[in-house]
Design a protein around this ligand. Structure first.
Ligand SMILES: [Zn+2]
Length: 251
C-alpha cells in the first residue's frame, strides 16, 4: 500500500521506459502515483496518464513561475479548465511560490498575487493543495493560514524547522522524498512531524537517492524504511499509517 503523492512521470527522462517504470512501481507495492501538472500542457498529460494506467492519478496545477508570466485572462482560463476536471483529479498542484528562480521583489509580488488568486478561486472544490514553496516557505504558510486552507501538503519542504512546527500546528502534511537516505534536512523533518502528518513522494525524476541517476516511484519502499528507522516504528506500521494519511487527504 505504498503511495507516491508527487511525481512527474511525463518528463522526458521517462520517455524511453515510462511503462516499465510504472509496472516496476506496481510490483514494488505502489498503489497510487500522483502526477502533478505544472502548466496547461502537462495538466493534459497527467490526465492522460491517469486514464491510461490504473495506478496513476493526477493533480492539476500552475507552477509559480508560469503563473507569474500569465495574463489575468490566461490564468482564469486555466483555472476554469482545472475546475472542469474536478472529477478526474485528486487535488490541486503543484502551485505555490518560488523565490529561488526569481530574485526580483516585483516578481515575488506578482507570484504572491497569482498564488492567492489560484487558492481563492479553487478553494471551494474542497480538494487538497500540493504546495511548492522553494525559498518562500514562510510566505506560503502565511498565505495559507490567512486564507484558512484546511487540506495542504508541502512537497519537498526545505524550510526551517520552526516552520515545520507551524505546518504540524495547522495539521497540514509534508511529503518526504526518496533522497531522505542522504538528506539530513528531511531526516530532521521526519523527526519533528507526527507520523500522522507524513506522506511520501519522489518528485520523479528529481530528488534522487544515493547511487541512482533519477528518482522513480518504486523507490518509495526505501523512504518508508528510513522513516521507520527514524521513528523507531515497524516498517509495516509506517506503510499502513502513511496510506491512511493519504486516504484521509486525497480520498
Ligand atoms: Zn514537483
Amino acid at each position: 500500500m505504498l503511495v507516491d503523492i508527487h511525481s512527474h512521470l511525463y518528463f522526458e527522462q521517462f520517455d524511453k521506459d515510462r511503462d516499465d517504470v510504472i509496472s516496476r512501481a506496481e510490483k514494488s507495492g505502489v498503489v497510487s502515483i500522483i502526477n502533478s501538472g505544472t502548466d496547461h500542457k502537462s495538466n493534459i498529460t497527467v490526465l492522460d496518464l491517469a486514464k491510461k494506467h490504473k495506478i496513476c492519478n493526477a493533480t492539476l496545477g500552475i507552477y509559480p513561475t508560469d503563473a507569474m508570466k500569465m495574463s489575468d485572462k490566461e490564468l482564469e482560463e486555466e483555472l476554469d479548465f482545472i475546475r472542469s476536471q474536478k472529477k478526474n483529479v485528486l487535488g490541486i498542484g503543484e502551485i505555490g511560490l518560488d523565490f529561488h528562480l526569481t530574485k526580483d521583489v516585483k516578481e515575488h509580488e506578482i507570484q504572491i498575487k497569482a498564488f492567492k488568486k489560484i487558492v481563492l478561486s479553487l478553494m471551494d472544490l474542497n480538494l487538497p493543495f500540493v504546495i511548492h514553496s522553494r525559498k518562500a516557505e514562510k510566505e506560503c504558510i502565511d498565505i495559507l493560514e490567512e486564507l484558512k486552507v484546511k487540506k495542504v501538503v508541502f512537497h519537498c519542504f526545505t524550510g526551517k524547522f520552526s516552520l515545520v512546527k507551524r505546518i504540524q500546528e495547522n495539521n497540514w502534511s509534508v511529503s518526504i522524498p526518496a533522497n531522505i537516505d542522504k538528506s539530513h534536512h528531511f531526516q530532521g523533518v521526519v523527526e519533528l512531524l507526527s507520523i500522522n502528518n507524513i506522506l511520501t513522494e519522489t518528485d520523479a525524476p528529481f530528488l534522487t537517492p544515493s547511487g541512482e541517476i533519477r528518482s522513480e516511484p518504486s523507490f518509495i519502499k526505501g523512504t518508508i524504511m528510513k522513516i521507520a528507522e527514524i521513528k523507531k516504528l515497524d516498517v509495516g506500521e509506517v506503510e499502513k499509517n502513511i496510506y491512511f494519511n493519504y486516504k484521509k487527504i486525497f480520498g
